[in-house]
Design a protein around this ligand. Structure first.
Ligand SMILES: [Zn+2]
Ligand SMILES: [Zn+2]
Length: 424
C-alpha cells in the first residue's frame, strides 16, 4: 500500500474535530499535489475504479455517511497511520442508515476561529460541525459563517490547494479577516437557537471518542417508546405525537430516519440526540411531572457568580505565556495566566490538546534521558577502568551511581540490575 505523510487530524477527541474534506485538502497541500490526486490514490487502493474516474467530489459528498466515505476513511487511516473516523459523519451511519442529511454545500468558515488558529500556530482547518446546516453561526464566537471569499467570490472547493485554509485559494485574500468589521448587531445572542442538540451531540460523542452508534439505533429508540405506549393501550397518544403513517413506516424500516427526523423526534421526547441515536430513548426518564417538584431549601437557589472573561485578552495572555515557556503542563498554563484548565479546554480545545500532548511528550523524553544517564553510569561502574578496584556488588554500584547522578531510587536500581545482569 502507498503511504502518505502522517499529517495529524486536527481537533481530534474534541467537539471541534476537523472534517474529512478539510483533512484531505490539507493532505493535498502538504504533499504539494491536488485533492484529486489524493482521492484517486485512495480509490485506486480500494479498487473502486468508477470513483477513480469521477471528476469532482464536493466537500458534502465526502462528509455524507455512506459506504464510499466509510472506505475512504478506512483507507486514509491506514495510509496516514492514524484513525480518522471522527472526521466524517460515519459514526451516525449505522444508526440512521443512508439518510439524507442536513449538510451544507461546499465549505463555511468562521473568520474569528481561523484568526485564533493562526495565532495559536495551528494549521487552519474546517470543523466537522461547520458542515451541518442545523448550526447557523459559529457556536464559539456567535458570529456568522462565510462561504465564499469576500474579495473574489471563490468558494474554496477547487482541487488545487496552493495555500493554507485561511487564505483564498484563488486570490490569496486573508479569510480570517472580514470585509465588514464586527459590530454588536452582527453578533448573535447566546440564547438564539443554533442547533443546540447538534452541539450537545458533539460533546456527548467526545465522551465515547466518536465510537459508532449501534445498527438502527434510532429505530430501536422509536420502537421501544412505541412499545411502551402499546403495552399501556395508549398507542393513540404515540400517533398524536409522531403521526401514525410516518412513525410506523420508520419503525418497520420502510424508510430511513433522516438526521432532521431524528432531531425532531428526540426533541419531542425530550431526550438527547445521542441517547436517541444510541437506541436508549426509552431508558431516559423523559416524563417529568411538575407536581413532583419539591420546594428547594434556602441556599440551593443562590446563583454562582460567573467570571466574565475578555476572551481575546485571555488568549493573548495564554499565547504570550506559551511563547516564553517550554512545554508547560495545562495546569501550569492555567495557573500562570489566571484562567483554569477547564476554561482553556472548553474555549480552545485544540490548543489544550496541543499543550497536553507536547507536555506529555517532553516528560517522556526527560524520563528516557534519565534512564540513559543512569544506564551509562551503571555500565561505566561495572566496565570502566576507573572503577577497576571497586567492589562489583550491586549495592556499591547503586551508591556510586546515586552519588554521580543524584537520580531517583527506582531508575538507578533498574539500571544497576541491567548492568549487573550483563556482567554475570
Ligand atoms: Zn468562531
Ligand atoms: Zn479570493
Amino acid at each position: 500500500m502507498k503511504k502518505l505523510f502522517p499529517v495529524p487530524l486536527l481537533g481530534k477527541d474534541t467537539p471541534e474535530v476537523e472534517s474529512l474534506p478539510s483533512y484531505i485538502a490539507r493532505l493535498a497541500y502538504h504533499h504539494k499535489v491536488s485533492v484529486g490526486d489524493i482521492l484517486r490514490l485512495a480509490f485506486l487502493e480500494i479498487k473502486d475504479m468508477a470513483k477513480v474516474k469521477k471528476n469532482h467530489f464536493g466537500p458534502e459528498a465526502i462528509m455524507q455517511p455512506n459506504n464510499t466515505t466509510m472506505s475512504l476513511v478506512n483507507i486514509l487511516s491506514l495510509m496516514t497511520n492514524q484513525p480518522l473516523e471522527q472526521s466524517a459523519l460515519v459514526w451516525m451511519y449505522r444508526s440512521l442508515g443512508r439518510s439524507s442529511l442536513e449538510l451544507i454545500k461546499g465549505y463555511r468558515w468562521c473568520p474569528e476561529c481561523f484568526s485564533e488558529m493562526n495565532k495559536m500556530g495551528i494549521d487552519p482547518f474546517i470543523k466537522s460541525k461547520w458542515h451541518l446546516s442545523g448550526i447557523k453561526h459559529c457556536p464559539i464566537h456567535k458570529t456568522n459563517f462565510i462561504d465564499k471569499c469576500e474579495s473574489c467570490g471563490c468558494k474554496q472547493v477547487g482541487y488545487n490547494r496552493k495555500y493554507k485554509f485561511s487564505l483564498c485559494q484563488d486570490c490569496k485574500a486573508d479569510l480570517s479577516e472580514r470585509n465588514e468589521p464586527l459590530n454588536p448587531s452582527t453578533i448573535h445572542c447566546s440564547w438564539e437557537e443554533n442547533g443546540f442538540d447538534l452541539i450537545k451531540l458533539y460533546s456527548d460523542l467526545v465522551e465515547v471518542r466518536f465510537s459508532s452508534f449501534p445498527e438502527y439505533g434510532a429505530v430501536q429508540s422509536l420502537k421501544d417508546v412505541f412499545d411502551y405506549y402499546w403495552k399501556n393501550d395508549e398507542e393513540y397518544k404515540f400517533y398524536q405525537i409522531f403521526g401514525r403513517d410516518e412513525s410506523l413506516g420508520l419503525i418497520h424500516k420502510q424508510q430511513p430516519i433522516s438526521l432532521l427526523t431524528a432531531r425532531r423526534m428526540a426533541l419531542k421526547l425530550g431526550v438527547s440526540l445521542y441517547s436517541f441515536m444510541n437506541g436508549e430513548a426509552a431508558k431516559v426518564p423523559f416524563i417529568i411531572d411538575p407536581k413532583f417538584m419539591c420546594v428547594l431549601p434556602e441556599g440551593y437557589t443562590a446563583s454562582i457568580k460567573r467570571r466574565n472573561y475578555d476572551h481575546e485578552e485571555k488568549l493573548k495572555v495564554i499565547l504570550c505565556y506559551l511563547e516564553g515557556h517550554e512545554f508547560p503542563s495545562l495546569k501550569k498554563v492555567a495557573e500562570c495566566t489566571g484562567t483554569s484548565s477547564g476554561y482553556i479546554r472548553h474555549r480552545y480545545p485544540v490548543l489544550a490538546h496541543k499543550i497536553s500532548d507536547e507536555f506529555m511528550e517532553h516528560q517522556q523524553k526527560l524520563r528516557l534521558r534519565k534512564i540513559h544517564l543512569a544506564q551509562k553510569a551503571a555500565l561505566e561502574y561495572f566496565f570502566d577502568q576507573k572503577y577497576a578496584d571497586h567492589s562489583k556488588s550491586k549495592r556499591q554500584a547503586y551508591k556510586e551511581v546515586k552519588r554521580e547522578t543524584g537520580l531517583a531510587k527506582g531508575v538507578i536500581e533498574q539500571a544497576v540490575k541491567r548492568a549487573y545482569d550483563a556482567t554475570h
